[in-house]
Design a protein around this ligand. Sequence first.
Ligand SMILES: NC(=O)c1ccc[n+]([C@@H]2O[C@H](COP(=O)([O-])OP(=O)(O)OC[C@H]3O[C@@H](n4cnc5c(N)ncnc54)[C@H](OP(=O)(O)O)[C@@H]3O)[C@@H](O)[C@H]2O)c1
Length: 332
Amino acid sequence: MKNIVYKALVVEEAEENVFTKRVKDTELDTLPAGDVIVRVKYSSLNYKDALSASGNRGVTREYPHTPGIDAAGTVIESSVHGLTEGQPVVVSGYDLGMNTPGGFGQYIRVPAGWVMKLPPGLNMKESMIFGTAGFTAGMSVDRISDAVRPEDGEIVVTGATGGVGSIAIAILSKMGYAVVGVSGKEDANAFLTKLGAREIISRKIFAERSGRPLLKARWAGVVDTAGGEILAAAITSTRPLGLVTCCGNVASPELPLTVFPFILRGVTLAGIDSQNCPMALRKRIWKRLAAEWKIAALDEIYREVTLAALPDEIEKMLKGQQKGRVIVNLDL
Ligand SMILES: NC(=O)c1ccc[n+]([C@@H]2O[C@H](COP(=O)([O-])OP(=O)(O)OC[C@H]3O[C@@H](n4cnc5c(N)ncnc54)[C@H](OP(=O)(O)O)[C@@H]3O)[C@@H](O)[C@H]2O)c1
């Protein structure tokens, strides 16, 4: 294929540990080798992108780099059977946007094993409103619904107004669960109530446990995105045989706990890793997101921005100020 010049958000290390982000002309020939070239139409902003864009070496080792762990677009060239030119696809997770140029560029070139056909029931834009955050919410709900029925009790969701949290609340409430949100935002109530939360607890109050190893048991299930004292408080107040999913660390990667919730209440802690989710499970979760988990509020939980607007959105995300999802239209 002949070389193409396209727009991408490029993060550069201007001097040691000082990172700049700007939209630059980039050449297709600079993309790594791969089986499939995709013209990206939409991407979305996830917490990991904000880390990559600010020089977090645990996410991205080398700069200059184009982040974007999510991409939806059209195949323009493919060397593999089953993925033909014009096929709408979703690429998310694996190494996309981490150490492989990602969806914050108009083109990506990736291994065929990372590419999933756009699930019937979702258009490209909807697939990115869900994006990795929605997919992770789906993986968390999948684990909870295997272990806990709506009649077993309440489910609490932390980081409630964030991407994972807001979508988890909407899906769980659609499934008939009684959902409680934990949020640090004072103006979260209207947004979360509309998604289906029946109560909102302030983050500060929720995390207060004065070092006690067990709190009064309340939750049948937990979707945690925060880690640290918040996850510890959630686990220590989970009911016997309840299930807690753990996907994030916006508060802290530490987990200050004793073993008592596990050995005295039989609580299960389930880790969620969307990045390396095997393709068969990935397709099963996306199929549900496109059907019974397709939330009514999908159109109300996102803002659509340009590549040029991303640096400001990234700063907001790092400060914990985003509500719902930010999607990127690569054609604007
Ligand atoms: N394991 C995986 O596969 C996977 C996949 C996707 C995301 N994640 C992780 O999940 C987490 C959430 O991702 P996201 O995309 O939902 O991010 P997000 O949209 O930025 O949402 C994070 C939310 O967490 C809350 N928060 C922010 N700072 C906090 C703090 N210091 N302490 C407690 N809560 C805080 C805020 O909600 P409130 O103001 O409502 O509290 C914020 O909106 C991140 O750690 C991300 O890396 C993991």
